[in-house]
Ligand binder design. Structure first.
Ligand code: PLP
Length: 435
């Protein structure tokens, strides 16, 4: 059999998706599984999106991307009308752009991939706060780039403390640092960086001539810390900033795969356009859907209000847990929870806990799945006892899911007294499931 490449082999399995076989088994056994492990929101997508898809057809005013009888390729950078409409959307957030500063991508994921390619060659490095969005690690490390972490702590609510000295320490020790990658509001912590923290990032980028890749896909989901501070807000930083954005979460359009890469640096946009041309274009019809939802001025506010209610419910229930720490999310829809120690003082293994919840535990036939956080860190040991919860079910269900989750933690610690071997590893081996 021919051998696959080393770079293909080096891609780690997603710590979120690798528990799917156990979720399937739990569901097959009749358990109700509250799915707090994955950031797939349950909220209804805007009606305007469905209407646009249902009624799309060749019309004089919409002929871009269509001929009378053919769905044609859109322009590689995106439909002109969509890019223009997006400049109006960004102006609402004091981000003043021209259509040429925006290239439509297949989700924020493609924008991230383009940004990493544009800023760093093989062997070069990108610095980011950890814990971070899972895909950063595999995407940066592919093609032999390196992700260097600045560790943030649950004790500081994952804020960027002492960012400048920590970054400068890295720059002193490491050659080839090209960019700072930030994400506010943050997945997986829910942290939102205020003006002071964002200014520290901006100042460092300017001083050390670094790019700032600013992932702002949760821009509007901020609770009490508005207005959101964008990296695009800093005068003098226009050549440094590459913003990554997406409609997946704010419009609940994860499956539409609509995102963009945004920059005022003409060299960056020229490079992004060449990368966009390689993959020809983003779906013409999806872009029409994306353009239609921009017209719904109330939708995002309702999404934000829903997540605020859910955040409050999760905080209320989880704060009743003994011996566990948790982040206090100011944005996005995630919370990090540290499961603490066993009676023997050893840290709880979050992967074993996540497996235990699915295979060994239930409360009245119900259980809660969570995402072990090891792979949200470069140094996986830092996340060993942490899990991420996503608020992707309604308030009542979330209240129950969080209390089932807490009961599961106590039950797991009891169970562990009589089961010193790692049950998750044993179960994976027995079922030939890749870890
Ligand atoms: C921080 C962050 N950036 C980017 C993405 C990618 O989003 P998309 O669905 O647009 O590819 C996600 C998705 O969860 C995310 O959480």
């Amino acid at each position: 059999m021919p051998e696959i490449s080393l770079s293909a082999k080096s891609v780690p399995p997603s710590s979120i998706r690798k528990f799917m076989p156990f979720i399937d088994l739990a569901r097959k056994s009749g358990k109700k599984v509250y799915p707090l492990h994955i950031g797939q929101p349950d909220l209804k997508s805007p009606q305007e999106y469905f209407d646009a898809l249902r009624h799309y057809e060749w019309k004089e005013d919409l002929k871009e991307g269509f001929t009378e009888s053919t769905v044609a390729y859109a322009k590689s950078g995106g439909l002109d009308a969509y890019r223009t409409a997006l400049t109006e959307y960004y102006a609402l957030y004091d981000i003043i752009l021209k259509p040429d500063n925006i290239i439509i991508t297949m989700g924020g994921s493609e924008a991230l991939e383009m940004a990493f390619k544009i800023v760093a060659d093989p062997g070069e490095k990108i610095v980011t706060p950890e814990p971070f969005f899972l895909a950063y690690f595999s995407r940066v490390q592919s093609e032999s780039r390196k992700l260097l972490p600045i560790t943030t702590s649950i004790d500081d609510n994952f804020q960027l403390k002492d960012f400048k000295p920590k970054l400068e320490d890295i720059i002193r020790k490491e050659k080839g640092v090209k960019a700072i990658l930030i994400n506010s509001p943050n997945n997986p912590t829910g942290a939102v960086y205020d003006l002071e923290q964002m200014k520290a990032v901006a100042d460092c980028a300017k001083e050390h001539n670094l790019f700032v890749i600013s992932d702002e896909v949760y821009r509007e989901i901020c609770f009490g810390c508005e207005p959101h501070i964008s990296a695009m807000h800093f005068p003098g930083l226009e050549d440094n900033v590459i913003m990554v954005d997406s409609d997946s979460k704010r419009y609940n359009l994860c499956g539409a795969r609509l995102g963009r890469i945004v920059s005022k640096n003409p060299k960056v946009m020229n490079a992004a356009m060449k990368l966009a041309q390689i993959r020809l274009s983003v779906s013409t019809t999806e872009q029409l859907g994306g353009m239609a939802v921009l017209g719904n001025k109330h939708y995002i506010q309702s999404v934000k209000e829903e997540y605020l209610k859910r955040r409050n419910v999760a905080r209320e229930v989880i704060s009743g847990g003994e011996g566990i720490k948790f982040s206090r999310p100011d944005g996005a829809f995630y919370m990090m929870v540290d499961l603490g120690n066993h009676l023997n003082g050893e840290k709880v293994d979050a992967e074993e806990f996540a497996w235990y919840m699915l295979q060994e535990f239930d409360k009245d036939g119900k259980t809660t799945s969570s995402a072990p956080a090891g792979e949200f860190y470069v140094n996986k040991k830092l996340g060993k006892s942490q899990v991420r919860l996503a608020f992707v079910i309604n308030e009542d269900a979330l209240r129950d899911a969080c209390s089932v989750f807490l009961e599961g933690i106590y039950s797991f610690k009891e169970w562990k007294k009589a089961h010193p071997e790692n049950g998750y590893i044993k179960a994976c081996d027995a079922l030939e499931i890749l870890r």
